[in-house]
Design a protein around this ligand. Structure first.
Ligand code: ADP
Ligand code: MG
Length: 715
């Protein structure tokens, strides 16, 4: 028997797993013994991190574990009602405090039982306490083993369902997994040869599975983790490597002729020189397009780096070759803006451009669809409506997706099916941390515009409080007096969009009739009709308005070079990526621009005293401080990922973001790089996995890769 058949061995072959447990385990994704062995502890209780209660004052503000006996419990009905457990560890006492679920917790503890609590140590006066810590109940035998031998106890993730069938994170899982290890550990086989493991500094999978569940010490646990994380990244990287190879060697696409008279004419007419970075990425894109295999390229460039002109020149090349292009963007405002600015740039070149959005009248839409299908249109600019059923192209040659972070991976796929095999260019302004782009876009080629147009100045960024409002207003007036324009942006975040809109509208009225009554203001929000929005944007762009008061619909892509001030109201409510995008609306010319983040002093400074909201409060402040400290989009993206976690950053559900069991993009970037290099190298050298040293990989992953990627080559 080997680990491949362990994958065929149902968990029901283990003692103690009957029908009921089988069902509940299956819901948690555990069907086979191999699944069970890959159900990893959430964390460990380690003697070395256990602190005696009298020593806790040395650890204030950090997370530690305390083991003790429940001495007494009580509900305290003071200012803030709470439930308190007093814990005694033989040397001193501390309090475990619960503010929520009092009645649940009241029933959860028995006096005299032994528990381990892990959490942040806080002091109220001289009394040590933890608020809502993680709690582990220790069985008698275990407590002794733990205390006496200094063992490390794994704690498994569990759920109410699992607990009901006795698989709690304490004893239940530990016993079941120990049994599985005992019976089957030596049947686990490795997909890697020992030579390869040696080169990569990996321990065998068998050992890794043993140590992850029953670590001898922290060192063995580290080795186990490294191996299992490596495997997880390796599988993902293999898929990406095969997908990329398949694209390069599979479909034949269009081999465009690189000469484009229209593009040449346009470049000659531009009021500016292309930056070196723009020229470089154009070169990369054009050499892809010349090649018969379909292009799949990601174009990254921070806000304001000039991606639009690159996109347009690329489209003109396709059009001069007799093909149609689709430019897809996330919002209607942006579609309209692109439509107008592209039309203006293209001018009399004769390129036929059409706007297609969901809000157009049925007749207008029908006419558009027909013109697209019959080939009368060269460039279609549109929103998601573009990928809905019914849009057929005559000869689609190039698809450009702007602000890709707003689209899911699925949508990316759908649009590609519309042409035969068009070239695809994906543009994103939100810089993505490297580890994230390696996993999300690992199968694409990447071009980066790493240079802003000459004479751009960093946007000066400040945090201002309500009491500074008058001076902010005075500043805005000064800028407008110099001939510049300003944005005021309000968040749309509360439960009720109506309430938010009301707040924005009221503020707008206050400014329009009060402090700015002599200036030209307009309000822009998502509930307005398209024409109305379009009209307001146009007036702002043509300098017929001084101040645009808006909800966040202007966040993405809007380009008004004379706007030099961005005032963000309730800035603490925005995410970092959003703040960065908003700030990107100014600083789009050679003038000095300013971003003013308005927030309440109380919100910004309330330190750590609001017990329940500590994290939230400090995250808000961290976001604003980061914005003030840097203009570097990549740096901002890194912090954003730290605050929100990689999955969240991307909106896990609709984006096809890979779910990892044990790997973490924040912490394991270095392992990711190693396993990625190995996977790409193997696929490059041995795409059919025929070499003897790849037999294990083929045996373990072959079937899955064949199925997932419909690879005929791995048979
Ligand atoms: P983004 O990359 O954020 O989409 P845009 O393509 O909207 O940026 O360009 C931002 C502004 O910079 C536009 O007004 C554009 O005309 C201008 N621009 C683009 N390239 C250059 C350049 N090489 N020199 C000066 N201005 C440029
Ligand atoms: Mg743009």
């Amino acid at each position: 028997m080997n680990s491949f058949s362990l994958d065929a061995l149902p968990v029901t072959t283990l003692p103690g797993v009957g029908k009921q447990r089988e069902r509940v385990l299956a819901e948690a994704g555990i069907r086979t013994v191999l699944d069970l062995l890959h159900y990893f502890p959430r964390r460990y209780l380690d003697r070395s991190t256990i602190v005696a209660i009298p020593e806790l004052h040395r650890h204030a503000g950090t997370v530690v574990t305390v083991i003790g006996r429940v001495q007494r419990t009580a509900i305290i009905a003071s200012k803030r009602k709470r439930f308190i457990v007093t814990l005694f560890d033989g040397k001193g006492t501390m309090e475990v405090v619960f503010f929520q679920g009092l009645h649940y917790w009241e029933k959860a503890f028995r006096v005299d039982e032994t528990i381990a609590v892990s959490g942040e140590v806080q002091f109220f006066g001289r009394r040590a306490s933890m608020v809502h810590p993680d709690i582990d109940r220790l069985q008698d035998g275990e407590t002794l083993e733990f205390i006496n031998t200094g063992g490390i106890i794994p704690v498994y993730p569990s759920s109410a369902e699992l607990e009901k069938v006795g698989l709690n994170r304490h004893g239940g899982f530990r016993r079941l997994i120990r049994e599985a290890l005992h019976r089957h550990l030596d049947d686990v086989q490795d997909c890697f040869t020992s030579g390869l493991m040696h080169n990569e500094g990996l321990i065998p999978l068998r050992d890794a599975l043993e140590y992850i569940h029953t670590p001898k010490d922290m060192g063995s646990l580290e080795h186990a983790r490294r191996r299992l994380i490596f495997d997880e990244f390796f599988l993902l990287s293999l898929q990406l490597a095969f997908r990329k190879r398949q694209r390069k060697h599979g479909d034949t696409g269009i081999a465009f002729t690189p000469d484009s008279p229209s593009a040449r004419t346009l470049v000659a007419r531009l009021p500016f020189e292309l930056t070196a970075a723009q020229r470089r990425v154009l070169h990369e894109i054009v050499s892809d397009m010349q090649h018969p295999r379909p292009m799949n390229r990601l174009l990254q460039g921070d806000v304001g780096s000039g991606k639009t002109i690159v996109a347009l020149l690329t489209m003109l090349l396709a059009v001069d070759n007799g093909y149609q292009c689709a430019l897809m963007v996330p919002t209607e405002i942006l579609a309209e803006q692109h439509y107008h600015s592209i039309s203006a740039l293209v001018g009399d070149l004769g390129t036929r451009i059409r706007l297609l959005t969901g809000r157009q009248s049925a007749g207008e839409r029908m006419a558009g669809l027909q013109a697209i299908a019959s080939g009368e249109i060269d460039i279609v600019v549109g929103t998601h409506a573009l990928i809905q059923e019914g849009v057929d192209f005559d000869k689609l040659g190039l698809v450009i997706i702007d602000e890709q972070h707003r689209f899911g991976v699925m949508q990316r796929a759908t649009l590609r099916l519309k042409g035969s095999t068009p070239d695809v260019l994906i543009m994103t302004a939100t810089p993505i941390p490297r580890t994230l782009s390696m996993t999300l876009y690992g199968d694409l080629d990447v071009s980066i515009i790493d240079e802003l147009p000459a004479h751009r100045k960093n946007v000066r960024t400040a945090i201002r409080f309500e009491e500074d409002r008058a001076s902010v207003e005075a500043f805005v007036r000064e800028e407008i007096a110099k001939g510049n324009q300003a944005y005021y942006v309000f968040p749309l975040v509360s439960e009720s969009e109506k309430l938010d809109l009301k707040a924005a509208t009221e503020e707008y009225e206050r400014m329009r009739t009060g402090v700015y009554r002599d200036l030209r203001l307009s309000l822009l929000h998502g509930q307005m009709k398209s024409e109305e929005k379009e009209n307001i944007m146009l007036r702002f762009k043509q300098r017929e308005l001084d101040i645009l008061v808006s909800t966040t619909i202007i966040e993405v892509g809007v380009d008004v070079p004379d706007a030099t001030v961005m005032v963000i109201e309730h800035a603490e409510r925005f995410g970092l990526a959003q703040l960065h995008q908003l700030r990107g609306r100014v600083g789009r010319s050679d003038k000095q621009s300013y971003c003013i983040m308005m927030t309440e002093k109380r919100t910004y400074f309330s330190g750590t005293s609001v017990v329940g909201d500590v994290r939230q409060v400090s995250d808000q402040r961290r976001r604003l401080d980061t914005m003030r400290a840097t203009n570097d989009g990549f740096r901002i993206a890194e912090v954003d990922m730290q605050i929100r976690g990689p999955g969240d950053l991307w909106g896990t559900q609709q984006s096809g973001f890979p779910a990892f069991r044990i790997a973490n993009l924040l912490e394991h970037g270095e392992i990711l790089q190693h396993s990625r290099r190995l996977a790409f190298d193997i696929v490059e050298r041995d795409p059919q996995l025929r070499l003897p040293e790849h037999e294990g990989i083929r045996a373990q992953y072959g079937a899955m890769l064949r199925e997932a990627l419909s690879l005929a080559t791995i048979s």
